[in-house]
Design a protein around this ligand. Structure first.
Ligand code: FCX
Length: 435
């Protein structure tokens, strides 16, 4: 896709110039000290990597290439008559740094549609698993099995010059983003429906074609899925799925292997799997309400029970954010427009008001506010996609946009293999107490 490649290359030259200048003139500059609590606390807050596509601010949330979520919902191209941003337009923005025109959006949409294909052996690899296998395991298998298609792996073997790596990485990434909806829809149809697959529809946008392959045709659900796939796409470089994709990619593993690893990280309950836990928690609350309006007392009781049993309240808290997640607010705005009479929405809204107070009382939760996962499940449930075990797959399909854009940029900027230094407790003890 020459127009896209040229735009990335052009921005890449400017960024490489800046990076070279910084390297030459400020090589030894400190980005901050590393404290013991950070080394034993999941490396929180250590500035140790570069991510160009998005940035997460604790106070106002994620920005995609410096644009806030609420600004992009209005600026990125939509389908005709639609309101929600097209995820393929976001892909263009993350890759090039520019908001695409409607023509450019159409161009990338058609490009993805033309690349959407999955080899037979990938289907066979998924079908070899019991249909009861967790959908995220099936997704990791499917994406990893696609590795046979990697143009980067072939060109690398043939001796490609390192300044050119990013081009086949981009090529593989577009192929994978185009094809992952076919893999994901196959998993859904075999695990939760009749096993019959529905082919992609190249006349539709990326999200709508995916939603149709899942077996849904409601235009409002198409809009929700555009919003969902837009909101979950990227969350800067340090989160588990993005960081894993980046780390594995830094060894020059191709995009299929890197993304497969990132998706395995997304499958953890403290990361992407939280959305399925969240819906279960809300449905449990609904059962206990027995048709009564959600009272603060009952929500507080269930929340306390969850805490007392040593579990976290899913959908609340964040490692970086210190405010209500703007992605939660975007989904709330959608719900207020389309679902305001839904019982589940009323419950989620009541939790939004009650749970932060309970978490604050624990005295240890740094961010008591809801995150993206607190809302997404009930929206999907409303349109009939009730299978909570599948939710993280949707998250994963969306995350390919961000993680793979990051991967393209990591190779374009020539970042080396990642290798932070670890130390032993003995070393810590000796160096900290011997002084
Ligand atoms: N319920 C109960 N306890 C919570 C909590 C919650 N929602 N959030 C944080 N805490 C607890 C932590 O478990 C920790 O307890 P500990 O000291 O006994 O180990 C303490 O509060 C301090 O944690 P904190 O620094 O605030 O949060 P972390 O950076 O360690 O963890 C996550 C961040 C997101 C993992 C945490 O808030 C959590 O488990 N939330 C619930 C799961 C969830 O919603 N995950 C999705 C997050 C996100 F959107 C994504 O990555 O996809």
């Amino acid at each position: 896709m020459p127009a896209l490649t040229e735009k990335i290359e052009e921005l890449g030259k400017r960024k490489i110039d800046i990076l070279q200048y910084l390297r030459k003139n400020h090589r030894m500059a400190s980005l901050g000290e590393v404290r013991l609590d950070q080394a034993i606390g999941g490396m929180r807050g250590i500035k140790g990597m570069i991510c160009e596509t998005s940035e997460l601010d604790p106070e106002f949330g994620i920005t995609y290439r410096d644009h806030k979520i609420e600004d992009l919902r209005g600026r990125l191209p939509t389908v005709q008559g639609g309101k929600e941003p097209l995820p393929e337009a976001l892909l263009w923005l993350l890759l090039t740094g520019e908001i695409p025109s409607p023509e450019e959006t159409m161009m990338i949409q058609q490009e993805l549609a033309s690349r959407a294909k999955v080899p037979k052996h990938v289907e066979a690899a998924i079908d070899a698993l019991p249909a009861s296998t967790h959908p995220m395991t099936q997704l990791v298998v499917g994406v990893t099995a696609m590795q046979t298609e990697s143009k980067f792996a072939t060109l690398y073997r043939d001796g490609l010059h390192k300044t050119q790596y990013w081009k086949p990485i981009l090529n593989d990434s577009l192929d994978l983003i185009a094809s992952i909806p076919i893999i994901a829809a196959r998993i859904y149809r075999r695990t939760f429906k009749d096993g019959k697959t529905i082919p992609p529809d190249p006349s539709l946008d990326w999200s709508a074609s995916f939603t149709k392959m899942l077996g849904y045709e409601d235009p409002n659900f198409y809009e929700l899925m555009r919003l969902y796939l837009f909101l979950h796409a990227d969350h800067e470089g340090g989160n588990v799925s993005a960081h894993t994709t980046h780390l594995v990619g830094s060894a020059l593993s191709d995009p299929y292997l890197s993304m497969g690893a990132g998706l395995a990280g997304l499958a953890g309950p403290l990361h992407g799997l939280a959305n399925q836990e969240c819906l279960r928690w809300i449905l449990d609350l609904k059962d206990r309400l027995k048709g009564q309006p959600p009272s603060d007392e009952l929500i507080a009781k269930l929340a306390q029970e969850t805490l007392d049993s040593g579990r976290v309240i899913p959908g609340f808290g964040h490692a970086v954010l210190r405010v209500t997640d703007p992605r939660y607010m975007a989904q709330r705005a959608f719900a207020l427009e389309h679902l305001k009479d839904s019982e589940l929405f009323r419950i989620v809204d009541a939790c939004y008001k009650t749970i932060p107070v309970i978490l604050q009382k624990t005295g240890k939760v740094k961010n008591p506010w809801p995150n993206v996962d607190a809302h997404s499940g009930i929206l999907l449930h409303h349109y009939g996609l009730t299978e909570a075990d599948y939710f993280t797959v949707l998250f994963g399909v969306s995350r390919t946009i961000g993680c793979l854009s990051q991967l393209v940029w990591s190779r374009l900027l020539g970042f080396p293999i990642e290798r932070p230094k670890s130390v032993t407790i003995h070393w810590l003890d000796k160096s900290l107490t011997d002084t």
